[in-house]
Design a binder for this molecule. Structure first.
Ligand code: F6R
Length: 242
């Protein structure tokens, strides 16, 4: 596992952006796994700027998002689809048919999950997966528990995640309690993984990831230790806890 410590959020976003430019230029047909949330916003902002300066071309890039809330339509401002459109897709030349985001309104959710994994396989698999990190150690919506799911599945959000994510909703009661999420195998099958984490709230899971030697379902991010190609980019606050 490669660790990069950046001085702050901006530097973390800039370093990640440089890596994405390299990877996309090396392989214009790259299949990307993408995350939502506060962490990747700075990276997405920079990718848009680089696209506008003709430094990257997304015309052949394929994307698969990690997760989506169940029950929210694509138009809902709190949906991850809407987040991705506003923070990245609406501003770059990606083809709409190359964008894949779980459909939280699918009539048959179980079937949707199976099809999603099949679509990832058919695309040749994810070349570069971007992960944020939950304060409780979750990746995507794989929450700490007795077991973790391998395939794309319907997940119950941990109460602490509902509380943390309520900042994106009018009230905590509006936060969906369930989501479609890629499972652990879906994530770990990616050829390369970049995990980003910033701020003191991420210190606990980052510290555990970097310093403990075990994998445990109580800390889903710990499974990244068994992946051969992971780069962790953190800011000083997440690294030091202050
Ligand atoms: C979002 C996702 C989540 C977030 C995590 C951190 O697509 O998969 O696991 O990456 O909850 O969220 P932020 O970045 O808002 O701290």
């Amino acid at each position: 596992m490669k660790l990069i410590i950046s001085k702050d959020y901006d530097e973390m976003s800039e370093l990640a952006c440089r890596m994405y430019i390299d990877e996309i230029n090396k392989n214009p047909e790259i299949v990307l796994g993408l995350a939502t949330g506060s962490t990747p916003k700075g990276l997405y902002k920079r990718l848009i700027a680089e696209y506008k300066n003709n430094n990257i071309d997304f015309s052949k890039v394929v994307t698969f998002n990690l997760d989506e809330y169940i029950g929210l339509s694509e138009e809902d401002e709190s949906s991850y689809r809407c987040f991705m459109n506003e923070n990245l897709f609406n501003h770059i030349n990606i083809k709409s048919e190359n964008i894949n985001i779980p459909n939280g309104k699918a009539t048959d959710l179980e079937k949707f999950c199976e099809d999603y994994d099949r679509r990832i396989e058919e695309s040749g698999g994810i070349d570069l997966m971007l992960l944020g990190l939950g304060e409780d150690g979750h990746i995507a919506f794989n929450e700490p528990g007795e077991y973790l799911n391998t395939c794309t599945n319907i997940a119950n959000l941990a109460q602490s995640t509902i509380e943390v994510n309520s900042r994106f909703f009018e009230s905590i009661d509006d936060v969906p309690k369930t989501a479609i999420t890629m499972g652990m195998a879906g994530i770990l099958k990616s050829k390369k993984i970049i995990l980003m984490a910033n701020g003191v709230n991420k210190h606990k899971p980052i510290n555990a990831l970097l310093n403990e030697k075990r994998v445990t379902t109580k800390l889903p991010v710990s499974f990244l230790r068994i992946h051969p190609n992971v780069t962790v980019i953190v800011d000083e606050k997440a690294y030091r806890g202050r």
